[in-house]
Design a binder for this molecule. Structure first.
Ligand code: ZN
Length: 56
């Protein structure tokens, strides 16, 4: 296997892992009783890290 194929294979593996991690995080955030701290342009949950942008 050449170097480019090795890199592509590794990218696919990392993308698969990233998808699993994003799903796991989404699950945690979906069941969290959010406790937001307000910042200037967004608020962030202290428990799960979920960020919501504030619009004015
Ligand atoms: Zn939360």
């Amino acid at each position: 296997m050449n170097k480019a194929e090795n890199i592509k294979r590794e990218i696919a593996l990392v993308q698969g892992k990233l998808t699993r991690l994003e799903n796991a995080l989404a699950e945690i955030q979906a069941s969290c009783f959010h406790q937001y701290t307000d910042y200037q342009y967004y608020k962030r949950c202290a428990h799960c890290g979920k960020v919501e942008v504030l619009y004015y």
